[in-house]
Design a protein around this ligand. Sequence first.
Ligand code: ATP
Length: 355
Amino acid sequence: MSALPPSGHPIHPPERNEWDGRAEWDGRTEWAAAPTTRPRWSEPAVEAYGLGMEYRRGWALRDCSFRLPAGRICGLVGPNGAGKSTLMSLVTGMARPTAGRLRVFGAEAHSPDGSLRTAFLSQDKPLFRRFTVAETLLMGARLNPSWDRATAEAIVRAGNVPLTARVGTLSGGQRTRVAFALAFGKRPDLLVLDEPMADLDPLVRKELTLALAAEAAAHGTTVLISSHMLSELEDLCDYLLVIADGSLRLAGDAHELLAAHTLIDGGPADVPAAVGGHRVVETSGAAGRAVTLVRLEGPPPVPPASRAGRTPGLEDLLLGYLRSPEAPPLICPSARVGDIADAIANNPTTKDAAA
Ligand SMILES: Nc1ncnc2c1ncn2[C@@H]1O[C@H](COP(=O)(O)OP(=O)(O)OP(=O)(O)O)[C@@H](O)[C@H]1O
């Protein structure tokens, strides 16, 4: 079990074999002493039950059930049109689900209690173009009782963005930095970032990624971040949600997911007998250099005899599932929720809403 403090995100997640969701952090006593407004480590930040969203053209999201524990940095991955932005707009309460339920820190996502604890940085990063940078930060301070002025200004200053410049005159990357400052300054418990780094140069991307990890670690912030840059997510995330065609494909602790797979050199015929009973997710690569991603089935922990091959990297795993829509979804125990009926019955808020 990890000995990291509850405020410390594993940038590279620690070795953990727990399959039953017991792998919580040590040091709960220390966490319990933190102000009560911060999320407790074992508290779920997001719980979705049979979540669905239908637009005129059809369902963008269907029957998604998962749990995101508080304090994790969760990568949200999927091809274009998979439903990532839709899921984020539901989590941030900007849209209401057509089906199912969604709770943020125990409150309905669209309720004031849910949205007060959330900050959202959307793909288009809406800012007032006529405001100066200083006026934009002042607006952040006026609108947010828990505004962290020092953090917000430090982010802006690190990019040498003049506080007197009008937002409309900034480059795309500079505007992104100001939007980041607004989101961080709010000191949310849940920070939702929709492809935030897309218009940044590699150096700035690295700098803001490190700032994000440090801020999240320092304040126990839960982060849900979508990106098409898998290597970036590998460095940052310790939790994953993968969606394709509106459905959940993978969900859970990154180490749980990786430990459930092995990578064998060669095609399906090269898979050793010890792994033979398991499920081939996909074979990729040219002849002679093919590799096969195998999902280890059976009750955890997976027996050592079937541990042939090597543990895949996050990119191998994500690409394998994105290229193989026929592979059944894998929702790890850490990401499973109970029945929607239980969720409604055990929560007075949702019970009232359902009535
Ligand atoms: N406001 C809307 N009205 C109608 N259809 C929508 C709307 N928003 C999204 N969709 C549709 O829902 C599906 C999912 O879109 P969404 O933007 O959530 O995908 P995404 O995974 O974020 O994609 P990308 O990676 O390209 O940003 C798409 O088919 C899209 O056309």
